[in-house]
Ligand binder design. Structure first.
Ligand SMILES: C[S@@+](CC[C@H](N)C(=O)[O-])C[C@H]1O[C@@H](n2cnc3c(N)ncnc32)[C@H](O)[C@@H]1O
Length: 273
């Protein structure tokens, strides 16, 4: 891990793992760090590995990381052009209703839109409907603040280390690690109740996806790849990962789909090392 200046997540992300990092013991020496459910990157920015392969299925999120890495100054200029009004919010939000005109936006415009919607929407939630239209309402904020210093710090980190950024499904990303690499997995959680937020993408994350992830973990385990996986404390999760080490930790939870439900819950940290 590299010596660090402070870099914080630049997004509010449902299920962000900032508060869980104190419980995480990464192996001392690792080759490349893999994080295939990147989201807001709380764990990446906490440990700041020197070599990493980061990915997520959310294409707009991954585009934002790309732009931060390669075009920070134009991105900050674009962010400064945004307005903190309800009318403007809905105008920008609804751009994805017409795919043809959405595809005409530059990568920088799409990244600025993504950051703006994240800051200005209700509760910082990322939710799309089946048509992949972002559908979170306006959060009634009076100001849109651009944290230039932190965005530059994120950009410096992404640019100065060997960081590859990729958009796609976890299974594809997890073909690559080998036995000196380390993988942190933070999938959408197995729901605790029917109101739990597991959305993030228009296809959701089903129990079949959880079985598929477990099979991928078994394959990595056979190849000698070390992994740490976080998930909710449910009988299903405990049974699925019964062959691995399971630690129970208490995490403060901030967001669910209706913005309520704050408090402490048990979560599981599952390891094979
Ligand atoms: C719990 S969040 C990760 C939060 C992150 N650890 C943080 O601290 O912000 C889960 C992430 O998985 C992504 N995701 C959902 N389905 C996926 C899939 N099949 N493959 C890869 N990423 C997926 C979502 O877009 C979301 O960003």
């Amino acid at each position: 891990m590299s010596e660090k200046t402070k870099t914080s997540p630049f997004l509010k992300w449902a299920g962000g793992k900032r508060k869980l990092t104190v419980f995480m013991n990464f192996p001392e020496k690792i080759g490349t760090y893999y994080e295939p459910f990147l989201g807001g990157g709380a764990v990446l920015f906490h440990f700041k590995p020197e070599s990493a392969f980061i990915s997520d299925k959310n294409r707009e999120l991954v585009n934002t990381y790309h732009v931060l890495k390669y075009a920070i100054d134009p991105l900050i200029d674009e962010l400064k052009k945004q307005h903190a009004t309800k009318e403007y919010y809905y105008k920008l939000r609804n751009l994805d209703r017409c795919l043809e005109s959405f595809e005409l936006l530059s990568e920088i415009e799409r990244a600025a839109r993504f950051i703006y919607l994240n800051k200005m929407c209700f509760n910082g939630l990322y939710r799309v409907n089946k048509k992949n239209h972002f559908n979170v309402p306006f959060g009634d904020k009076k100001e849109f603040l651009v944290d230039e210093d932190n965005l530059k710090s994120v950009s410096d980190y992404l640019g100065s280390s060997v960081i590859e950024i990729f958009s796609g499904d976890f299974e594809e990303a997890l073909d690559y690690p080998d036995d000196d690499d380390f993988v942190y997995l933070d999938p959408p959680y197995v729901p605790l109740s029917t109101s739990s937020f597991t959305g993030y993408t228009n296809t959701g994350f089903t129990l079949d996806d959880h079985y598929r992830l477990k099979t991928t973990c078994d394959s990595m385990n056979h190849r000698g790849v070390r992994f740490l996986l976080s998930n909710s404390d449910t009988p299903f999760t405990r049974a699925l990962y019964r062959d691995y080490d399971i630690a129970v930790v208490k995490a403060a939870r901030n967001i669910n789909s209706n913005g309520g439900g704050r408090g402490c819950v048990n979560e599981l940290l599952i390891t094979n090392y």
